[in-house]
Design a protein. Structure first.
Length: 244
């Protein structure tokens, strides 16, 4: 018998990422955030937020306390600060939020000629390449409607043979295929796959997102609303196209 009173598990949780480019004043930040939240108040209500400083201008010193307080005034729930520059870490820690590392990868390349591998090293490299190619995440297939309040996650592709109701959420590390109406939220490429796509027979979504870039229903209604469509990421912008 297990007497433990709790168990720690990993989980996929959708979060809003607030990317801070520059910070002039608390008043300006509050005005801009308020405008954005009023576009889809139900989506942002009590949503967990990661505040990202990865694209913040180097000469900027934001007021972390004011930013967190303003987010909470608009019913957002800041949970972490990401990519905080070294000089700003002491001030960031005063918020009590978790500090998580940047998502950006080091792109510096070593241009020196590689050393000739030994036979043993070559064998290890070959084995590693083969193993990596064999690793794949299976497609998850959902045959029933995804009802309001439900969340479905797949590490690979996700196929829903019915509808996704308003208030429901489907997430996938890869593509999402919905053979009914998409009325809730669909987030593909949640692990950063910018090549992921969303396909649906009836686009009536509250939100669609790929690799953290999202479009809300107000914007979707100006595109392929209530039509068969697919969503893809082109550059840093989501594009909605009608299915042929």
């Amino acid at each position: 018998m297990n007497d433990a009173c709790f168990q720690l598990k990993g989980s996929a949780v959708s979060t809003v990422v607030l990317e801070l480019y520059h910070y002039d004043s608390a008043a300006d930040f509050a005005d801009l955030l308020g405008d954005k939240v009023r576009q889809a108040p139900q989506f942002f209500q009590q949503s967990p937020v990661v505040i990202s400083l990865e694209k913040l201008a180097e000469d900027q010193t934001p007021d972390f306390g004011a930013i967190v307080d303003i987010c909470r005034e608009f019913h957002l729930q800041p949970m972490a600060l990401r990519g905080v520059p070294e000089p700003l870490i002491p001030a960031a820690r005063e918020t009590g939020l978790a500090l998580v590392p940047s998502n950006t990868r080091n792109t510096e390349l070593d241009m020196s000629p590689p050393a000739e591998p030994t036979d043993a090293q070559a064998a290890v490299v070959v084995k590693k390449v083969v193993e990596e190619r064999l690793v794949s995440h299976p497609t998850k297939i959902i045959t029933r409607p995804v009802r309001s309040g439900q969340q479905v996650y797949s590490e690979g592709d996700l196929v829903v043979l019915s509808q996704v109701s308003a208030g429901a959420e489907v997430l996938a590390g890869g593509d999402i295929h919905i053979y009914g109406a998409l009325r809730g939220r669909a987030l593909a490429g949640v692990n950063g796959d910018t090549g992921a796509k969303i396909f649906c027979q009836n686009l009536s979504a509250e939100l669609v997102a790929i690799a953290g870039n999202f479009i809300l229903s107000d914007s979707l209604q100006k595109k392929c609303w209530q039509e068969s469509a697919y969503v893809c990421l082109e550059g840093e912008n989501l594009q909605v196209h009608k299915l042929p």
